[in-house]
Design a binder for this molecule. Structure first.
Ligand SMILES: *Cc1c(COP(=O)(O)O)cnc(C)c1O
Length: 394
């Protein structure tokens, strides 16, 4: 049986999967079983924040794995406490952290905090959460309902929890608020929706308004967090103080971890929320190693050098191939090329893979780039050389 046959026979076919089989990774290069090299501009959808085979991360994981991988949350866990402190200090916000295992789970935690806040702080219960069209918040029954894309709300999985509504734009949120609204949940740069950043002033104005109405601002930083947009959090870049922030993708460098942090530390008490695996020795040790690596690169200005270099390359491509792309979009190392149409988007992604460079899809017509934050200039150069080769005949 081939690997493809095995996968098709035994794995539930929930992904429209490609059968390139990677067997080795070094930095931002992946190798398939034939030895062919691919420049990785996707990093496992923004997860491999420090690339493949990073020595500091892998040795931290190995060392921890040889000792304790997991206990339970019934005892205190040193790397969990340290990682919570590190995240809070890097964020600059006075918050407390709860650890989960994924982005969807982090958002579930955020919604639970908001719901309890709405239940306990007001005379009349507030429970409604407003999100935006084209948003993406996860695949659990609740977070898929929070996701502002109708095609995700298929009747297959109904009934969904009540209390979610979607607005076309930030400007529309104001009118959608009623006396049962407890929170507004947004991404500052919509990732899956098409790498679409919001205007800073617009977000600041909304944050101020919500604060004046005692409505919570939840920022889903599952994709934008952990230096992806150039600052530790996109919330730092936008200079806002959200009530609740969620993290996941880049935080563990590939080890599953999610986190929800809030300044309303008193809302959840013992028994309100929990997770068997969340915040265990292995994942929080990985998180600490990732933040150690990235904090240092950030302090030395390397991350901003990298994203300026990457952005320049993308701008050149966007103007040289204006027959294929309308513009370059995104922030930091969360970037996209807005293709003229979905057909071009699909061909660009497929041709790129054939030429040995991995790029992603986002929204209906965006080619997305989420390289590792440790990617080298030589890897960026090589990746774009291959990318041009892949698209110049289209
Ligand atoms: C990926 C993503 C999620 C879901 O994360 P999972 O780990 O797949 O559950 C939620 N929100 C945003 C903004 C994301 O990019």
């Amino acid at each position: 049986m081939t690997l493809e046959e095995q996968d098709k026979k035994y794995v539930l076919q929930t992904y429209a999967r490609d059968y390139t089989h990677f067997v080795k990774g070094v930095g931002s290069t992946l190798y398939d079983e034939s030895g062919k090299a691919y420049i990785d501009f996707a990093s496992g959808i923004g997860v491999n924040s420090v690339g493949h085979g990073n020595e500091v991360l892998t040795s931290a994981i190995c060392q921890q794995a040889k000792n304790i991988i997991h206990i339970s949350n019934l005892q205190v866990i040193e790397p969990q406490a340290k990682l919570a402190q590190k995240i809070v200090e890097l964020s600059g916000y006075d918050m407390g952290v709860f650890f989960a295992n994924s982005g969807a789970e982090a958002n579930e935690g955020a919604i639970k905090i908001a719901r309890k806040y709405g239940e306990t702080k007001f005379k009349k219960k507030r429970y409604k959460v407003i999100t935006l069209e084209h948003s993406f918040h996860g695949r659990t029954i609740t977070t898929v309902k929070a996701t502002g894309q109708e095609h995700f709300h298929t009747p297959h999985f109904s009934p969904y929890p009540d209390g979610f509504s979607y607005e076309k734009s930030i400007a529309d949120v104001y009118n959608a608020i009623d006396d049962e609204t407890v929170a507004v949940l947004i991404e500052l740069v919509q990732g899956e929706g098409g790498v679409q950043p919001f205007e800073k002033e617009e977000i600041q104005k909304l944050a101020q308004y919500l604060k004046s109405k005692d409505i919570l601002l939840i920022v889903d930083e599952v994709q934008t967090g952990v230096y992806r947009t150039g600052a530790f959090l996109a919330s730092n870049l936008y200079e806002i103080e959200p009530d609740i922030i969620t993290l996941a993708k880049g935080l563990g460098g590939g080890v599953p971890i999610g986190a929800v942090m809030t300044k309303h530390k008193e809302v959840l008490g013992a028994g309100d929320h929990g997770s068997t695996f969340g915040g265990n020795y292995l994942s929080t040790t990985a998180g600490l190693a990732v933040l150690k690596i990235l904090e240092e690169l950030y302090e030395r200005g390397i991350i901003s050098e990298t994203f300026i270099y990457f952005e320049e390359k993308l701008k050149q491509i966007a103007s040289k191939y204006n027959n294929l792309f309308d513009k370059e979009v995104g922030l930091g190392l969360m970037r996209g090329l807005r293709a003229k149409n979905a057909k071009i988007q699909t061909s660009v992604i497929q041709n790129s893979l054939n030429e040995g460079v991995i790029v992603l899809k986002a929204g209906r017509n965006t080619v997305r780039f989420l390289p590792s934050l440790t990617i080298k200039k030589t890897e960026i150069d090589e990746g774009f050389k291959r990318f041009e080769k892949a698209i110049h005949t289209l």
